[in-house]
Design a protein around this ligand. Structure first.
Ligand SMILES: Cc1ncc(COP(=O)(O)O)c(C=O)c1O
Length: 403
């Protein structure tokens, strides 16, 4: 039952980060709505005593040196934390990939073992197979649908389990609570790339996840003009996450923080439309004879659909579909002629994107066996009927090219 006195996530999105100290000039002086862009490197102190005092605290809210942020970055971090009940704080990074890497480094050391989901975002795998390997951390990949079966893969030195639910190319939904339970019993930390659902549709900390990673480049920013990553965690992991980020010199500009915080004010509204349009299009695609399978967590044809229905409160606008037969050139004929879809990387912006995806290149623990090539769609805020008409013409081109 919802407690009416506790603001709902939509309301928190509007008010969070707007502390009076960051928007008002003083008692009775009035205030502005948005925490402004505070750019800084040097912070000036009144005297040596104050300068020295600055080194003693290490918390957001105290100006110290530009790299530690200003009210603009603190406001964004506050707003992201406010979406995760049970969270202590959020660290910001210059990209989603930087957030993934720094989160892993905060819980691992040489000699440790990491369990990484086989459907993970490609650069996440690269970090494990490249940097972590040379640093002395061994990674094993596991089937995204493994659930509590992950217990069999735990080694005495397994210190972390990384999840991406759903996988951002193939959309298998993981059993997050089951994996968290096994990891906890083993004393391993869990990290979840929650970029697809965002904390609006999946509150991870209260489900037991230790570190929640969000590529804010996608839905939080929402306008395809800023790169930014975030990691949110609870008290037990907070200081280690913070120290790791500080030692790595991680910093996000006030300008980008402002853009992402501004994007977040409309996140709930945008996600609702992304969800509705993507669902309409996914159902339409599922009925087309050129389409072998639609990989959208809210459709029963998606592996792990029942877990999405159990654990998530919504779906965003990113999903894939598998074509019936044909080769890469027939898929290119479909994509190249689209009028309302851009061709490019990333997702979560207001504009629709279509991307050819080849998941077989990024697997080692499982096999990707599909009836034909796959396409990933990021459904934007255009009218869904226009997008469907565009895809219909695309499927006609695919059929003609496939022969
Ligand atoms: C699931 C997922 N996580 C993380 C990232 C990385 O985000 P960024 O592009 O901001 O580095 C991406 C980017 O596409 C992604 O799809």
């Amino acid at each position: 039952m919802t407690d009416d006195r506790k603001p709902r996530p939509e309301t928190r999105l509007i008010h969070s980060g707007r502390r009076k100290a960051w928007t008002h000039l003083g008692e009775g002086a009035g205030g502005i709505v948005n925490p402004p862009v505070w750019r800084a490197s040097t912070i000036l102190y009144d005297d040596v005593a104050h300068l020295k005092r600055g080194t003693e605290t290490n918390r957001d809210g105290d100006l110290f040196y530009g790299r530690r942020g200003t009210p603009t970055q603190w406001a964004l971090a506050d707003a992201i934390t406010a979406l995760e009940p049970g969270a202590e704080g959020t660290m910001l990074y210059p990209s989603g990939v930087a957030a993934v890497s720094a989160a892993l480094l905060s819980v691992l050391k040489p000699g440790d073992h990491l369990l990484m989901v086989d459907s993970a975002y490609d650069p996440t795998r690269n970090f494990c197979d490249g940097f972590l390997k040379s640093w002395g951390v061994e990674t094993s990949y596991y089937d995204p649908l493994i659930g509590s079966g992950i217990a069999a893969l735990m080694q005495p030195n397994t210190k972390a389990v990384f999840l991406e639910a759903p996988g951002s190319l193939t959309f298998e939904v993981q059993d997050v609570p089951a994996i968290v339970e096994v990891a906890k019993a083993h004393g391993a930390r869990t990290l979840l790339d929650n970029t697809w659902a965002t904390s609006l549709y999946f509150t991870a900390i209260e489900k037991g996840v230790d570190l929640v990673i969000t590529a804010a480049t996608k839905y939080l920013g929402g306008h395809s003009d800023a790169m930014l990553g975030a990691v949110t965690t609870h008290k037990a992991c907070w200081m280690s996450l913070r120290r790791t980020a500080q030692m790595l010199g991680q910093f996000v500009s006030a300008d980008d923080s402002y853009l992402v915080l501004r994007g977040m004010r409309t996140l709930a509204l945008r996600l609702k439309q992304h969800e509705a349009s993507a669902l309409q299009i996914a159902h339409w695609l599922a009925a087309q004879e050129e389409v072998a399978q639609v990989l959208h967590p809210a459709l029963p044809s998606c592996p792990g659909h029942e877990l999405w229905a159990r654990d998530f409160t919504g779906a965003s606008g990113l999903f894939s579909f598998v074509l019936q037969g044909g080769e890469a050139d027939a898929r290119a004929a479909l994509i190249d002629g689209l009028q309302h879809f851009g061709i490019g990387y990333s997702w979560g912006g207001y504009e629709s994107l279509a991307l050819p995806v080849d998941p077989e290149k990024y697997r080692s623990a499982t096999r990707w066996d599909a009836a034909g090539p796959a396409v990933r769609l990021s459904i934007g805020l255009e009218h869904p009927d226009d997008l469907i008409a565009d895809l219909k013409a695309g499927l006609d081109r695919f059929r003609a090219a496939r022969g």
